[in-house]
Each structure stands twice: as structure tokens, then as C-alpha cells.
Design a protein around this ligand. Sequence first.
Ligand SMILES: Nc1nc2c(c(=O)[nH]1)N[C@H]1C(S)=C(S)[C@@H](COP(=O)(O)O)O[C@H]1N2
Ligand SMILES: [Mo]
Length: 163
Amino acid sequence: MFTPALAAASEATPTTAPALPAPSGQVLLQVSGRIASTNVDDAAHFDRDMLASLPPHRIETHTTVTDGVQVFEGFRMADLLSWVGARGDTVRASALNEYRVDIPMSDFDEFDVIVAYRMNEQELTVPDKGPLWIIYPRDDHEVLQDIRYDYRWVWHLNRLHVD
Ligand SMILES: Nc1nc2c(c(=O)[nH]1)N[C@H]1C(S)=C(S)[C@@H](COP(=O)(O)O)O[C@H]1N2
Ligand SMILES: [Mo]
């Protein structure tokens, strides 16, 4: 479980989630809905440095849209959602290209789903389905090798809404 660096400062008020720092760079991801920690109005905005401060996690897997095994690096969706104090049943994930899909929150407990920012040691760019791409550990779980999960691999991810 990810413990933010601010945990020590929040010990005096253990029922309150630690404050999020404000983003200083370009905002890549916005999280809204049923969350306890915010930094811009009712939402939590993240720039690249904030996302990079989450513990890195790597998935090696085939995808439906690439040849062979790819190495993805990013952060666990569970760690991000725990940082903002998300409580809900569903996360609506939306993309720069207006695509969106509802993902059951339980996916992030059952599997180490990540939000990848790097593939094969290269930063993901918009032409490569970046800058952020939801990746499931498809090769590790037969159940994930299914269209039901394939459409949850949101590329160009820029928004999560917790319901
Ligand atoms: N941003 C975005 N992500 C997306 C999609 C999309 O249209 N836009 N299509 C989804 C669907 S339906 C599938 S099956 C997988 C693979 O889609 P692709 O074959 O079109 O790349 O990505 C998912 N993620
Ligand atoms: Mo699809």
C-alpha cells in the first residue's frame, strides 16, 4: 500500500486524507467524483512529477494492438485511488479522444492494473497511445484475455471519475 510522504504531517489528524500538493507542470490526469483529497476545486489534478512520485510498477504483456511482448511502466491504479481517498464502485475513465468506459473498482483490487507512462523504456507519446494508457496484466491472468477487459485499456487517458 502506498503511503504518501505527507503521512507524518497528517498524524495529528488521522481521519483526514493528506493534502495533495498543487500541480506545477502541465496537468496530465484529473480525478473527480467520490474522492477525499483535492487540489483544484473539487478535483485532484496531477502533473508528470506527481504521477512519477507514485511507486513504479512494471507489466510485461502482449496487447491486442501490438506485436509481441511489450514492457510497460507506470503506477498502480490502486495506489493513485488510495492517494486521493477514492470510495466508490465504478471508475469512469475518459480519454483525449472522447472515448470513455466504466471500470469496476474491484478490477484494481483483483489485478495490478497500471496507468503506464512508458513502453519499452520510451515515454509514451500521443501517437503511441500516450501520454497515459491503462494496462492490465493480460498475460498473467487468462480471464483478462477477453474483449470485456480489452475495452478497459483506455489509451490517451486524461480523466477518472469515481462513482
Ligand atoms: N482512448 C481510447 N481508448 C480505447 C479505445 C478508443 O477508441 N479510444 N478503444 C478501446 C477498445 S474498444 C479496445 S478493444 C482497445 C483496443 O482498441 P484498438 O484496437 O482500437 O486500439 O482499446 C480500448 N481503448
Ligand atoms: Mo474494442
